[in-house]
Ligand binder design. Structure first.
Ligand code: PGA
Length: 250
């Protein structure tokens, strides 16, 4: 793993965006595995800026997103499709048909999940997979549990995830209780992974994922088995790595 500890959220975002832009430049028809949430928002702003400056084109890029809330329409302002449109897709030249986000309104979740995995396999898996991380170590919405789930699946969100995401909704009761999430198989099938985190509340999840036991109780820990992972964190999210003596880039 290459680990970058940046001084703050903006520097973390810039580093993330540089890695994503490098992937697109190197391979204009790459498949990006995209994430939502506060963590990648700043990176998407950099990518939009660079696109507007004429430095970056998404014309041949394909994207697949990690997850979506069950029950939210794409037009709901807290759906992950809406997030992707408003933070990235509507501002760059990506072809709409080349973007996939799980369908939170699917009437047949089992068939949908199987098709989502088949589509990812048909692309030869993702070239660069972005990941945030939950305070409980989840990646995508692969919540801690007794086993890793390989396939795209419907997941019951952990109470701690509902608590963490309540900040985006009018009340905690409005937070959906389930999501569709890409499984560990598609994430680990990616050729490269970019894991990012900011904030002190992520320090334990980052430490556990990078230095802890490989266990489904900390889903991010499986990334220790992936051959090509870049970790980009701000100083507070990375504070426990320094204390543990982990060697970092730069
Ligand atoms: P966040 O969420 O980027 O909003 O902190 C990350 C996650 O829960 O995976």
């Amino acid at each position: 793993m290459r680990i970058f500890i940046e001084k703050d959220y903006d520097a973390m975002s810039r580093r993330m965006a540089q890695i994503i832009a490098a992937e697109i430049t190197h391979n204009p028809a790459c498949v990006l595995g995209l994430a939502t949430g506060s963590t990648p928002e700043g990176a998407y702003k950099y990518l939009v800026d660079w696109h507007k400056q004429g430095c970056l084109s998404f014309q041949d890029v394909l994207s697949v997103n990690l997850d979506e809330y069950v029950g939210l329409a794409p037009t709901h302002d807290q759906s992950y499709r809406y997030f992707m449109q408003s933070n990235l897709f509507d501002h760059v030249d990506i072809v709409p048909e080349n973007t996939r986000v799980p369908d939170g309104l699917t009437k047949d979740p089992a068939a949908f999940c199987a098709e989502y995995d088949a589509y990812i396999r048909s692309l030869g898996y993702v070239d660069l997979q972005l990941l945030g991380i939950g305070r409980n170590g989840h990646i995508g919405f692969n919540e801690p549990g007794d086993c890793f789930v390989k396939e795209t699946h419907v997941v019951d969100l952990a109470e701690s995830t509902i608590d963490a995401n309540a900040r985006f909704f009018a009340t905690r009761d409005d937070v959906p209780k389930q999501a569709i999430s890409m499984g560990i198989g598609a994430i680990m099938g990616a050729k490269k992974v970019l894991l990012a985190a900011s904030g002190a509340e992520k320090a334990d999840a980052i430490l556990g994922s990078i230095c802890g036991a490989i266990t489904p109780h900390c889903p991010g820990s499986i990334l220790q088995l992936h051959p090509n992972v870049a970790v980009v964190v701000d100083e507070v999210a990375g504070s426990k790595l320094k204390a543990a003596g982990v060697s970092v880039c730069g």
